[in-house]
Design a protein around this ligand. Structure first.
Ligand SMILES: [Zn+2]
Ligand SMILES: [Zn+2]
Length: 247
């Protein structure tokens, strides 16, 4: 079966020309939104996405370009659409996503909403344990290093696609994905200029062998993409709003 993808945006945290790096995956009638940054509600509107068709939302980590739009989406799901969608959270984010991110705006005792499960059917992903979100749709969360002390999770979807969260370069993990897990597609964040203190730089990705580079789609990049076209080895850029199909 084919995994369909449209990126809401492909921009890094401070990009102005691109929206936040959030993804809409669809396969076999199941639609998953991966991350919901500040720009996500407007991006979904511009893409003509019916919010009622989103079955589940997964959050990779708690930076605002990945979760800043979730309060609005949550409100709209409950009070405009009367929906209680699924929220997929890696285990270390389950408590902080409510306590640190959503509670300030969403706790509303008079309306009987005081906790995350009042808005969502919550599914907690255990580290590196695949979960079947819907018949034939599997996902696995891998803890990857981003900011010390702040959990961040990359994903393996359908055992064929690796989707990086924000992460520092991890060659061993990428080798595991390609040679150990047979992932044919690696969607990877990319910071154009060094140093890669909390992100992975283009320079680091260019040290990978060509055969691995061929599987890589670059995302989460800065505004000056034009300067780097033709300088990414055999890696290509993922473009926002463009439909992709991964077999
Ligand atoms: Zn980010
Ligand atoms: Zn981040």
């Amino acid at each position: 079966m084919t995994l369909n993808l449209r990126m809401l945006g492909t921009g890094g945290a401070f990009a102005n020309h691109f929206d936040n790096n959030n993804a809409l995956f669809e396969e076999n009638g199941f639609t998953l939104l991966v991350d919901c940054g500040i720009t996500a509600p407007r991006a979904l509107h511009e893409m003509g996405v019916d919010l009622g068709k989103i079955d589940a939302i997964l959050i990779s980590h708690l930076h605002t370009d990945h979760v800043g739009g979730l309060e609005e989406l949550t409100f709209r799901m409950k009070f405009q659409l009367g929906k209680r969608p699924r929220l997929i959270v890696p285990e270390e984010l389950e408590a902080p996503i409510w306590e640190h991110t959503l509670r300030g705006g969403l706790e509303y005792p008079e309306a009987g909403v005081t906790k995350l499960t009042d808005y969502y059917e919550v599914t907690v992903l255990k580290n590196r344990v695949p979960a079947e979100l819907a018949p034939g749709f599997t996902i696995e969360a891998l803890p990857t290093r981003h900011i010390p002390g702040k959990p961040s999770y990359s994903l393996v979807i359908q055992d064929k696609l690796f989707y990086s969260a924000d992460m520092v370069f991890d060659r061993a993990l990428l080798e595991e994905m390609v040679y150990g897990r047979s992932c044919r597609y690696l969607l990877h964040e990319c910071q154009f200029t060094p140093p890669g203190i909390v992100h992975t730089t283009l320079e680091e990705l260019l040290t990978l062998p060509q055969e691995m580079q061929k599987a890589i789609y670059l995302m989460h990049y800065e505004d000056d993409i034009e300067s780097y076209i033709g300088h990414t080895g055999t890696m290509r850029f993922l473009r926002q709003r463009v439909p992709y199909e991964f077999d």
